[in-house]
Design a protein around this ligand. Structure first.
Ligand code: MIC
Ligand code: SF4
Length: 641
């Protein structure tokens, strides 16, 4: 039987396990990346493991999220990360050099290699045929130390593209179309391979937009073949030697095949507050827009920015709209500047922001009260922009420009004809903002520089055979990690200070939760479908752990979050009968008895002390996961081993 692209890469990297769907496979990881919002914790964990030099082919630490530095906290964290990198063999991408995924694609990604990153949009690397996955910081720390990365062997989906995009219809619209078809939970447990004749019309930045946003489907990752278009991209980045050809076998078998006809695709828009809330742009014609943001790891390539500049050239944005542009990397910004396109952008009235995540993670540029913000980003979860009552819509750069120029949601096809964009044959290579690690012989004497905001890693507890705890919080479907552990300019600086962060846990849903949970000392959370979707932030597990949450019971979980829960020593369980969800209420006293026996059987009984009812919960842990839970989390488990 033939293999898919992902299966081929997995097969080459398997340490233990096989390709059986649903089984656990341990993978060798070639490359890692971290960003600063998750990186500080990841490197603290790396240090706690007592590891010396990274064992990967390439590990890079990016500073791109916490760049406002409105106090000493982030400057200290950056300095800490930089000193760890120097000592332990990690490349350090300085603040201002760009968004991790954009820079990694440009400078470091290699087809056929495995990459894990402590950021959920790491699958961007799938645009050049990497097996690139988001993971919790602890898993990245283990991989840096040469340890395996464990995944549940995914199903294989294939999306066949036919035809060619019409002017003003873009790769972003393809991403939104697949979200419309599959929804934010439709990719859970699957790897999505993109193929068909239509992919030959897509450049690497367009492919990377699609693999980036595959994260919103809940997919393990998304991947394109590595072909002549990939070779051209790598050549233009001065790294043709990194090219290898990669394609699926003609007789590869897929669990699901989806067809998308590019000829008939129209400009699409994701409405508040979910990336799968999709309608056609023309159906919202005339909705007043207050703010437009262009950038983020989804749409900040030179290709996107040149299109934006060409559409803005000689025009002025509507006076009622505030427009921000954040180029994805220093390379993009300096090339925009060299060719004059930056002047066209600035002359239009746009505000130029740093080459960083910025507004995407609520780091500044929050919309006005009840504002309508059109963003070329990948997430529009409630409150993420920093303005609780804002309505955030996700669009392509073209649709963003149309709104900035008119002040209203406007179908970009109304802008007339699309100016032709000429991509340079060679990109400007300047890696001076990437600092190399010290040589091994010089590293030992190097000091790690810590700031006072770095607090000790919270202590986790081993799971017990019997547990009685109160149901402290009951939430609904599709709870994101932005609900569990919000980000934004006020909170993000404290990513290395769990006690401080804990005050904001679940503040989007219930501001009284942290105090209640602390008072209970141990508690249980109940959730609906796809609990923990979105970001890879392990803080969404570490903070509840710090607050005493011992168990989360949900109808289903998102992939990275379930791994983060287990790593934090919190037991994730699912309802056998999802109707039992309705039978539980906040304040119920719940008992889990004979947990260890239940772990082996795959089922644990839950008793509701309020009325004596019992419900069956499913646990399908591997031996390794059981051991982690019994040890009280991955760090404790690693130390024991
Ligand atoms: C995000 O887009 O939500 C983030 C911020 O990049 C996160 C990582 C984090 O929370 O630090 C992600 O996607 O994993
Ligand atoms: Fe940064 Fe936004 Fe991309 Fe997350 S989604 S890595 S916050 S640009």
């Amino acid at each position: 039987m033939g293999l898919t692209i992902a299966q081929k890469i997995i097969k080459e990297h398997i340490i233990t396990g096989d390709l059986t769907v649903g089984s656990e496979v341990a993978l060798k990881i070639d490359q890692t990346l971290t960003q600063d919002a998750t990186g500080t914790m990841a490197y603290l964990e790396f240090e706690t493991m007592g590891l010396d030099r990274v064992k990967t082919e390439r590990s890079v630490a990016y500073i791109d999220h916490n760049t406002l530095q409105s106090g000493f906290e982030n400057a200290d964290d950056h300095r800490y990360i930089q000193s760890v990198c120097k000592k332990h063999g990690i490349y350090f991408s300085r603040p201002g050099n760009g968004i991790c995924h954009q820079v990694h694609l440009e400078r470091f990604g290699k087809p056929g290699k495995t990459l894990i990153g402590s950021d959920s949009h790491t699958p961007t690397g799938g645009g050049i045929g990497m097996l690139a996955m988001g993971a919790g910081g602890l898993d990245v720390a283990v991989a840096m130390g040469g340890g395996a990365y464990y995944i549940t062997m995914p199903k294989m989906y294939k999306v066949n593209l036919t035809g060619k995009l019409n002017p003003f219809v873009t790769a972003k619209d393809i991403s939104l179309e697949i979200l419309r078809i599959l929804s934010v939970k439709g990719g859970v447990g699957a790897i999505i391979e993109w193929g068909g004749e239509g992919i030959k019309t897509l450049t690497v930045p367009e492919r990377a937009t699609i693999t980036n946003m595959g994260t919103e489907l809940g997919a393990t990752t998304s991947i394109f073949p590595s072909d002549e278009i990939t070779r051209e991209f790598l050549k233009s980045q001065g790294r043709e030697e990194d090219y290898v050809e990669l394609s699926s076998d003609p007789d590869a078998v897929y669990d699901r095949i989806i067809d998308i006809d590019l000829d008939t695709l129209k400009p699409l828009i994701a409405c508040p507050h979910s990336p799968d809330n999709i309608v056609e742009v023309e159906s919202l014609k005339g909705v007043k827009v207050d703010q437009v943001c262009i950038g983020s790891c989804t749409n900040s390539s030179l290709f996107d920015m040149l299109k934006v500049a060409a559409l803005l050239k000689g025009k002025t944005i509507d006076p009622s709209v505030s427009l921000s542009i954040s180029p994805g990397s220093k390379q993009v910004l300096s090339m925009l500047s060299d060719c004059g396109a930056l002047s066209d952008i600035l002359a239009s009235g746009a505000r130029l922001l740093e080459c960083a995540c910025g507004p995407c993670i609520g780091m500044g540029f929050s919309p006005n009260s009840a504002g309508v913000s059109l963003r070329t980003f990948n997430r529009n979860f409630v409150g993420r922009s920093g303005t609780a009552d804002a309505g955030v819509y996700l669009v392509s750069p073209e649709t963003a420009v149309a709104a900035a120029l008119t002040g209203y949601i406007t179908d970009p096809r109304e802008l007339g004809s699309m100016p032709e964009i000429f991509m340079p044959e060679y990109f400007k290579i300047d890696d001076s903002a990437v600092i190399e690690p010290a040589e091994v012989e010089d590293a030992e004497s190097l000091e790690i520089l810590r700031g006072p905001n770095i607090k000790p890693f919270p202590k986790s507890l081993p799971q017990e055979d019997n547990l009685t705890a109160e149901l402290a919080l009951k939430v609904g479907d599709n709870i994101t990690t932005d609900h569990i552990m919000p980000a934004g300019a006020k909170i993000l600086p404290y990513r290395s200070n769990i006690p401080h962060l804990s005050q904001f846990c679940f503040s989007v849903c219930d501001t009284t939760f942290p105090e209640r949970a602390k008072a209970l000392s141990q508690s249980i959370i109940v959730g609906g479908i796809n609990y923990g979707q979105g970001s890879s932030r392990e803080h969404a597990a570490l903070v509840p752990m710090y607050l005493g949450v011992r168990v989360v019971i949900a109808k289903s979980f998102a992939r990275i979050h379930i791994a983060n829960l287990i790593n934090a020593g919190i037991m994730p369980l699912t309802f056998k009968d999802s109707d039992d969800y309705d039978k539980l209420s906040e304040g119920d006293s719940l008992t889990l008895a004979n947990v260890f026996d239940g772990m082996d059987k795959g089922e644990i009984l839950l008793k509701n002390e309020r009325n004596g009812e019992t419900y069956t919960l499913i646990c399908s842990f591997t031996e390794r996961q059981k051991a982690i839970l019994k040890a009280g989390g991955l760090l404790a488990y690693t130390k024991e081993g």
